[in-house]
Design a protein around this ligand. Structure first.
Ligand code: URA
Length: 443
């Protein structure tokens, strides 16, 4: 077999066999197929697409290219959740404890962020002492004991995806639906879940800017899950503005804690309840989404969901007093208000611009080696639909003095991210569609 023949075959729109895909992934991982050939193949996929079968084969080959996690020693149906990224997305920190409190074990591997704000793991590290690197056995036994653990991805999981993703990043082949779907699902499959709830974001701050593309991506991922025997559903949720008010690591922990206390922002609370409901149904703890929702609300009202977060923080070496009193979390030295220069209604908020502003204040990494400032970030006081008057505060920038050089650019990015209208703006739905193996339901 020769890589050049497989590139030509894909370029001409033909379907590759399972053996041919295995040859490409093995060769690329081992270094016998060079970057330039893999880049040409990825570009051919970008234009020609892949069949559901090819996509599933690619996924399984990437999933088995490195370490895999065997969750069979954990009792119960293990349900994973994955969000396709977005600004202000702290759903894992809310949903993990919430679902675990309702009896579904959560053994979660999460990532760090590059660019924009931090990932879930960076956010959890805002809690003093929180250890995100557990040995496999510690990880399993913590989930068996308290029902919940969130750790960083092990160093050698899905190395083929890591290598291919870096290549795609510099060859304009990231935004290919089969390549994104196989990349995401390879990591979920390697992480060992029995069932998967996907949160596919749509809108200005998401990979997929249109609802149709988001549905196509969701369907590709649900098809992969179905083909490889993992019950998978996907919720299409809004990322046309950041989720919640807080963007920045410690600030997002505070907001997640408030949400677990039933005092969080409506959009965040609602998206978390929807995703968590699907997890309870897939985990066999509720017969319907409605029943699941009632159970989850009760876990919030009774304080059991927050208690579950505290148990995890304690088990992973974190300072629980910072959860009891979130004012003890890292706090920035400066709080700079960004004020509106006009009257009207907020029509749009470019999520990506807000993410970049948070990064300029220190909340995200500019390069792989940047050190995150855990206290920094942006607190949005106005969201889409809110009325605003000249001089009213749109957002507050949180920063430490060492990042003052980024202040002016961050301020203008935040101001520029807001779009205004003279007319009242109708409320946007938070969730647009549900994709299951049975079909697509649009709301
Ligand atoms: N996230 C991933 O993990 N992979 C992609 O290809 C895109 C987003």
């Amino acid at each position: 077999m020769r890589a050049v023949d497989l590139i030509r075959k894909k370029r001409d729109g033909l379907e590759l066999s399972g053996e041919e895909i295995a040859f490409l992934i093995r060769g690329y991982s081992e270094g016998t197929i060079p970057d330039y050939q893999m880049a040409a193949w990825a570009m051919a996929v970008y234009y020609q697409g892949m069949s559901a079968r090819e996509t599933a084969d690619l996924t399984l080959n990437m999933a088995s290219s490195g370490d895999t996690i065997d969750l069979s020693s954990i009792h119960g149906v293990k349900v994973d959740k994955h969000s396709t990224g977005g600004v202000g997305d702290k759903t894992t920190i809310v949903i993990g404890p919430l679902v675990a409190a309702a009896g579904v074990p959560v053994a979660k591997m999460s990532g760090r962020g590059l660019g924009h704000t931090g990932g879930t793991i960076d956010k959890l590290e805002a809690i003093q002492g929180f250890n995100v690197e557990l040995e496999k056995e510690e990880f399993y036994s913590q989930v068996n004991e308290i029902g919940l653990a969130v750790v960083g991805q092990s160093g050698n999981m899905t190395p083929a995806d890591k290598k291919l993703y870096s290549l795609r990043d510099v060859t304009a082949t990231v935004d290919s639906i089969p390549l994104i779907a196989s990349s995401v699902m390879s990591k979920k499959i390697a992480a060992g879940a029995d069932a998967i709830v996907l949160d596919v974001k749509t809108g200005s701050g998401a990979f997929m800017k249109t609802l149709d593309d988001s549905i196509r991506l969701a369907k590709a991922m649900v098809d992969i899950g179905t083909q490889v025997g993992r019950n998978t559903v996907a919720v299409i949720s809004d990322m046309d503005q950041p989720l919640g008010h807080a963007i920045g690591n410690a600030m997002e922990i505070k907001e997640a804690v408030a949400t677990l206390q039933g005092k969080g922002p409506n959009d965040l609370q609602e998206v978390c309840l929807i995703l968590a409901s699907h997890m309870l149904v897939l985990g066999g703890k509720a017969a319907s989404e409605e029943e699941a929702r009632e159970m989850l609300q009760q876990k919030i009202d009774s304080g059991e969901a927050l208690d579950k977060l505290k148990k995890m923080v304690l088990a992973q070496g974190g300072d629980v007093t910072q959860i009891d009193d979130t004012s003890l979390l890292p706090e920035a030295e400066l709080k700079i208000e960004v004020k509106s220069d006009r009257d009207g209604y907020i029509e749009s908020i470019q999520a990506e611009e807000i993410g970049i502003a948070a990064m300029l204040l220190g909340a995200g990494r500019e390069t792989k080696d940047s050190v995150i400032d855990l206290a920094a970030g942006v607190d949005l006081h106005k969201k889409i639909g809110d009325p605003v008057r000249v001089g009213e505060v749109l957002a507050v920038l949180h920063l430490n003095r060492q990042h003052e050089k980024g202040l002016e650019e961050a301020r203008s990015k935040v101001l520029g991210a807001y779009g205004f209208s003279n007319d009242r703006i109708p409320k946007r739905p938070l969730v647009f569609a549900l994709v299951t193996p049975e079909g697509i339901k649009r709301f």
